[in-house]
Design a binder for this molecule. Structure first.
Ligand SMILES: C[S@@+](CC[C@H](N)C(=O)[O-])C[C@H]1O[C@@H](n2cnc3c(N)ncnc32)[C@H](O)[C@@H]1O
Length: 208
């Protein structure tokens, strides 16, 4: 998956410094079980973004086995919090084991259910919201997430170039939804957005 030339992707990965054994293990597990995680290049980018804005409160929508959650949790201070959300309780149980091993379990709150509904149930503003739910839900995520960000906060979304399909005029439900999400991001006067063409495309929107 992705839009990056394979040699370029390999090169970028070769530049990536050593990471926790737990993350390497999750990458291996994701490869074997075909779990679509963000991988080390985007994981590190999420980590960097959270650091750049001094994030303390992060809400992740669509967390699977908690790989991207760990990258984010490693960027918040010890009294910070990252909300993990996934609709599958088996994923959540597996993720908790990884969080403990990564030493970040105390900074992560695990919520099981629909991430869009869970966002409504958690009070307060967020410094960063990371969107990685089912792609047909992306426009709804836009509507729910933007009002929940503080000024200077970030809405980040994975897969916004969707293997290039968004650019080729394809009309399946997921591609149409992602294209609409991107249009909403770029036409909002509340946001300043850039799409970074890493892996499968990552949008980064600053709340103005
Ligand atoms: C792409 S994977 C997440 C990968 C994870 N962000 C990472 O990079 O390590 C998407 C996950 O979101 C979950 N999911 C999809 N739509 C959801 C929703 N509306 N609410 C909660 N979980 C959702 C799926 O069960 C799946 O585990």
């Amino acid at each position: 998956m992705g839009i990056l030339d394979e040699d370029v992707a390999r090169y970028l990965e070769s530049l990536t410094p050593d990471r926790l054994d737990v993350l390497l293990e999750q990458e291996d597990m994701a490869r074997k079980r075909r779990i679509p995680i963000v991988g080390p290049i985007v994981g590190r980018w999420l980590h960097q973004l959270a650091h750049m804005i001094g994030a303390r409160r992060i809400f992740e929508m669509g967390s699977a086995i908690g790989y991207s959650t760990i990258w984010l949790a490693l960027a918040v201070p010890e009294d910070g919090i990252v909300y993990y959300t996934d609709s599958d309780p088996t994923n959540a149980r597996e993720a908790l084991r990884y969080f403990r091993r990564a030493g970040v379990a105390d900074r992560i709150r695990i919520l099981v259910g629909d991430a869009l509904e869970l966002l409504d149930q958690v009070e307060g503003e967020f410094d960063l919201i990371f969107n990685d739910v089912d792609k047909h839900q992306y426009p709804d995520v836009f509507r729910k997430a933007v009002p929940r960000l503080r000024r200077g906060g970030l809405l980040v979304a994975d897969n916004v170039l969707w293997g290039g399909r968004v650019a080729r005029g394809e009309t399946d439900r997921e591609t149409v939804a992602i294209r609409e999400f991107n249009r909403l991001l770029f036409s909002s006067s509340d946001l300043l957005t850039t799409i970074i063409p890493l892996r499968d495309g990552v949008s980064v929107s600053l709340k103005l």
